[in-house]
Design a protein around this ligand. Structure first.
Ligand SMILES: Cc1ncc(COP(=O)(O)O)c(C=O)c1O
Length: 393
């Protein structure tokens, strides 16, 4: 039987860029010890008290269908967290609870785009973005950024692509670059969105992991509250990746329609997961700071290691759990370097090319292993880069 084009062309026909990750997994399965710095998964598990809250809720009977928009308590808490952090008045009517940020990304594009509409996104990008856009039968169009701008998008580049587009997807703090968009960048983006009557979809799943500068939500900028859909998640801020609990924040009319969409797609998020999320959010900001602390510490370790040499460059790494390393001095592509590093040194990092052409000649390193192993892996990576650069000259 023929399958729909929507399903069979989701990855755009090519590889989805995860070849290196799969190769590392194969090597590990065959018994080769590999230092794994590929995916954005904390090296801690979900905290026991959160799991206890989940267990208590399930044992207490919260195992039936939950309210599709989310429980009132969780929607209220997410609204309060958003209002406290951004100053924008937000109530439960502005909040839809979703099965993770990924589902919120899909719902946001379903709300913003009709089939055949152009949906813009910034390159380098989180790996699922183009497929998510194709999943709602919209047409993904990327906007390149530059390493010399530390991957801050330029409003003029967005302007050049904006004519007729239905939406623009941005992500700050950014995966894979670690860039935190500054006020000038976000103001420029807001201006283009208003002039071209575009939706702005703002992926803020790393909002509690900022190491330099501050997190600004573009929903708080003048004129943006009615055209911005904000994606959030418990995954990164509370180390709850497997619980699949996230949210979408937007104008109440959009959320009301998206509740109908959720009724026909996900039918909500398990009640015991929502109760665990209520418990987790009730621990306050200090809990989120604690979850992010290892990444902040490892970023400082990386800065020390990289300062000792001049072959590998470090993009400022202002937020999130990743480093973007510039290995262009080796003369190799990110793909070739990452493959050789895995073969020779058994260290797995993601080639920048997996995240779009703007990150070619770069590597994304997830800061997700214990400090001393992380330091030693970076030292090995830098020494390997030096050897590659020397043999290239
Ligand atoms: C930028 C970005 N957005 C969204 C997600 C999706 O997260 P989740 O679906 O676990 O909430 C991720 C996960 O890595 C991400 O890096």
């Amino acid at each position: 039987m023929a399958l729909s084009k929507r399903i069979t062309t989701l990855t755009g026909g090519g590889s989805d860029g995860w070849d290196l990750f799969l190769k590392a997994r194969r090597m590990i399965a065959e018994g080769t010890p590999v230092t794994e710095l590929t995916i954005g998964e904390h090296d801690i598990r979900t905290a026991s008290p959160i799991l206890q809250a989940m267990h208590k809720s399930a044992m207490g009977g919260h195992t039936g269908y939950a309210m599709v928009p989310g429980t009132d308590t969780l929607r209220d808490l997410v609204a309060k967290r958003t209002q406290d952090r951004t100053g924008v008045p937000t109530t439960r009517d502005n909040v839809l609870i979703t099965p993770g940020g990924q589902s919120a990304l899909f719902a946001a594009h379903a709300a913003a785009c009709d089939p055949g509409d152009t949906a813009l996104y910034i390159d380098p990008y989180y790996a699922t973005y183009p497929g998510t856009i194709r999943g709602v039968s919209a047409i993904p169009r990327s906007i390149a950024t530059r390493a010399e701008d530390a991957f801050q998008p330029r409003a003029s580049d967005i302007e050049a692509a904006a004519k007729g587009a239905a939406s623009l997807l941005i992500n700050s703090p950014n995966n894979p670059t670690g860039t935190v968009y500054n006020h000038a960048t976000l103001s420029g983006i807001a201006d283009v969105c208003q002039r071209h009557d575009m939706w702005l979809i703002s992926d803020e799943v790393y909002d509690s992991q900022v190491w330099e500068g501050e997190h600004l939500s573009p929903r708080a900028l003048p004129g943006m509250v009615d055209r911005t859909l904000v994606v959030g998640s418990m995954s990164k801020s509370h180390a709850m990746t497997g619980s699949r609990c996230g949210w979408l924040i937007g104008p109440s009319e959009a959320i009301s329609n998206l509740i109908t969409f959720a009724t026909h797609t996900t039918y909500g998020v398990p009640g015991f997961v929502q109760d665990a999320s209520v418990f987790a959010l009730s621990q306050g900001d200090s809990f989120e700071v604690e979850i992010g602390a290892p990444f902040q510490r490892r970023r400082a370790i990386a800065q020390d290691v990289l300062e000792q040499q001049n072959t590998v460059g470090l993009i400022p790494a202002q937020g999130a759990m990743y480093l973007m390393l510039d290995i262009r001095a080796t003369g190799m592509t990110g793909d070739a370097f990452a493959d050789a590093l895995l073969e020779r040194e058994h260290i797995a990092v993601m080639p920048g090319e997996s995240f779009g052409s703007s990150a070619a000649g770069h590597l994304r390193v997830a800061m997700t292993i214990e400090d001393s192993a992380f330091k030693s892996a970076l030292e090995t990576l830098c020494a390997f880069a030096r050897t590659c650069a020397a043999s290239a000259t």
